[in-house]
Design a protein around this ligand. Structure first.
Ligand SMILES: [Zn+2]
Length: 205
């Protein structure tokens, strides 16, 4: 018997899942394969729960129409909470950043999620993030401080500069998280102590 040299055993269902895992951030082809074969061996129930979780992630979540955080009720729980300080809005790039900041329990104001940062290199302009909606929120005069909590990297700094130029003429205090955060990092990976210091030590922009 001669071996067919170009032969590569492919099973469509396996390949398909490997490909999908491979599209996820931080998952290379090897990890994609490992996850797929893990699930193949796992109990049916586990695969079913994963599939259901993936479907409900898209079906049962939406963005808050006020702050654009991910939510299952609109407005979100933070926007609805009357205990929160409505005179402050903290601007973040991603919904995960809210999780990181909330975890510190130091901040009690509202949030606004931009869903990105301005990046001319990647062709992301001011209209591609939720800046227009932010400016609308600032119009009723209830906000007296905007805290710029965009990431301490090039895009985040550019976005903060741009926002400061738009917001400070409105007579609203604009602050930026303190420099304790190492440059080039992302907020969601900062530890609680560093983040707490960054909020407490925030400075006028
Ligand atoms: Zn909200």
């Amino acid at each position: 018997m001669r071996l067919n040299e170009g032969f590569r055993p492919t099973v469509e269902a396996v390949d398909k899942l490997v490909q999908e895992f491979n599209k996820l951030p931080g998952i290379g082809p090897k990890s994609a394969q490992r996850l797929t074969y893990y699930l193949l061996r796992a109990p049916d129930e586990q695969a079913r729960l994963l599939a259901e979780a993936l479907l409900s992630l898209k079906q049962e979540t939406r963005l808050c129409s006020v702050c654009f955080n991910v939510t299952d009720s609109d407005p979100c729980l933070i926007c609805c909470n009357n205990q929160r300080d409505r005179s402050k809005i903290c601007i973040v790039e991603q919904p995960q950043d809210i999780l990181a900041l909330e975890h510190t329990r130091i901040y009690n104001g509202l949030y606004h999620v931009l869903h990105g940062a301005i990046s001319p290199i990647e062709g992301v302009g001011a209209d591609d993030v939720r800046i227009k909606e932010l400016l609308q929120r600032l119009q009723d005069g209830t906000v007296d401080e905007v805290i710029l909590a965009t990431n301490p990297n090039l895009e985040g700094e550019q976005t903060a500069l741009y926002l400061n130029k738009l917001i400070s003429p409105l007579g609203i205090r604009v602050t930026r998280l303190a420099r304790g955060l190492p440059f080039g990092t992302e907020l969601e990976y900062a530890d609680d102590v560093t983040l707490t210091r960054a909020i407490e030590g925030r400075q006028e922009f």
